[in-house]
Design a protein around this ligand. Structure first.
Ligand code: IMP
Length: 434
């Protein structure tokens, strides 16, 4: 069993069910770290039959002994983060300076970022990305731009925060008025509001890179919790229909401030079918009864936006690319129970462009690609009570076997329902999953 630090990240377009696996691994970790994304993420964890949806706070928060870290690679939205903290506290989950550290270097999502996200999507019309409207892209754009960025550490800097906000807001107001005819934002009101957030967040703000490097050096076990999914990675996903950060395991060192070798083991989350929210190519999409069946059984509606997710067959060609990209050691297969009741199941094992079989997966070619399918028989008995691999119907076993063969990686665990107990241990080598 591997004791290494673990990165859990999605092999598809997000919503692979990472929350449950992160929660299980948190039990044997000292640190749980978010390294990418922001409040666009939605991680669902069921604890004691109660359902929690987390957007910014790492999933380790349900384990009192875990230190949760919001790394520098995250874009932090103070009102959303504080609302989440208050909501957790009101349900008896302790969150504060003792178990949550937010990086001074994480960038702050400001009101103009949300406004820009909405305005820009509206202006794009039919070419819109279908973002979560959480201001994610505009905030990362300002991070790259540097002079128009505000970081968490700035929130506690009093008058210098006000000066920065005034300067940036002045520029944003001119652009918004010219491009969208928008009303100006009130810089001083924003400065007051965000300084107040800074005061509340102050006990949790820290130099998290130093905290994590010390933890890694001391041999503490660190769990890196990916947001979104590899196919939404800004560099390696289906650009431009992606999010704006490095969400694959490749993003961990930069987004957490740890050396690359600190990421010991990579667990890739794979839903037993494919979903996507927002626009962009999706070769195995089933915009038909099958898609509706998957959406209905899988409750495929966005945790963050409530939008119905587009559903389709499992795309193993794309997943293999994502698995290779991050050096995935093993796969956690989620929501296998959702497939119950379908007569036959299709697995995409390759792509064709015209008559040519595609050799290397290329996210830039997706729009022109046709999936190549294998068809497997389905099963009809519910599998939510299956405790072991042997308990699964033969057809479900064959499906899992095929996933392992095509991905050329072991399926470590199989999730057959939302509860912690509804997890079948299969070929895992990761302590905490086995
Ligand atoms: P943004 O991250 O809000 O800019 O959205 C960019 C794209 O990523 C859109 O297609 C979103 O639907 C998608 N997206 C962002 N976060 C998530 C997530 O946590 N799960 C699934 N899709 C996401």
């Amino acid at each position: 069993m591997s004791e290494a630090n673990v990165c859990v990240m999605g092999l598809q377009w997000g919503d692979e069910g990472k929350g449950k696996v992160v929660d299980a691994l948190a039990e044997v970790s000292q640190y749980v770290v978010r390294y990418c994304g922001g409040a666009n993420a939605g991680h669902t964890v069921v604890v004691g039959g109660e359902k929690f949806a987390l957007h910014l706070i790492p999933c380790g928060v349900f384990r009192p002994e875990v230190i949760n870290v919001v790394g520098n690679g995250v874009v932090f939205d103070p009102p959303v983060g504080l609302e989440e903290i208050d909501g957790l506290r009101s349900r008896g989950v302790d969150v504060g300076g003792q178990n949550l550290r937010i990086s001074t270097a994480a960038h702050v999502v400001m009101p103009w970022h949300k406004a820009a996200d909405t305005h820009s999507e509206q202006a794009l019309g039919g070419r819109k990305i279908g973002t979560t409207a959480r201001g994610i892209g505009p905030c990362y754009a300002d991070k790259a731009n540097r002079s128009t960025a505000i970081r968490v550490g700035d929130l506690t800097c009093g008058e210098s925060l006000r000066e920065k906000v005034r300067l940036i807001c002045d520029g944003k107001n001119k652009v918004f008025a010219a491009l969208y005819g928008a009303e100006p934002l009130d810089a001083d009101a924003i400065a007051d509001e965000y300084a107040a957030y800074g005061q509340r967040l102050a006990p949790m703000i820290a130099n998290t890179g130093a905290v994590l490097r010390r933890a890694v050096a001391a041999g503490d076990r660190v769990l890196f919790e990916g947001g979104q999914g590899s196919m939404l990675d800004v560099d390696h996903g289906t650009f431009p229909f992606v999010t704006s950060s490095s969400v694959s395991a490749c993003g961990v060192p930069a987004g957490a401030g740890v050396p690359p070798r600190a990421v010991g083991t990579v667990v890739g989350l794979l839903k037993a079918y494919t979903t996507r929210v927002g626009a962009g190519p999706f070769p195995t999409e089933q915009d038909n009864d099958t898609g509706a069946y998957l959406r209905d059984r899988g409750k495929e509606y966005g945790t963050t936006t409530g939008r119905p997710r587009r559903c389709g067959w499992l795309d193993l060609f794309a997943a293999r690319y994502a698995a290779e990209l991050s050096g995935t050691d093993e796969v956690a297969l989620a929501l296998l129970d959702v497939l119950t009741g379908l007569d036959e199941l299709k697995l995409c094992t390759g792509y064709r462009v015209g008559d040519e079989i595609v050799e290397d997966f290329d996210p830039m070619q997706l729009g022109a690609s046709e999936p190549v399918y294998e068809t497997l028989p389905g099963w009809s008995d519910e599998i939510g009570d299956c405790q072991t691999f042997a308990d699964l119907p033969g057809e479900a076993k064959a499906y899992v076997d095929r996933v392992e063969a095509v991905l050329d990686r072991p399926v470590g665990v199989i999730s057959v329902g939302p509860d912690r107990e509804q997890t079948i241990v299969h070929h895992t080598n990761v302590r905490g999953l086995g």
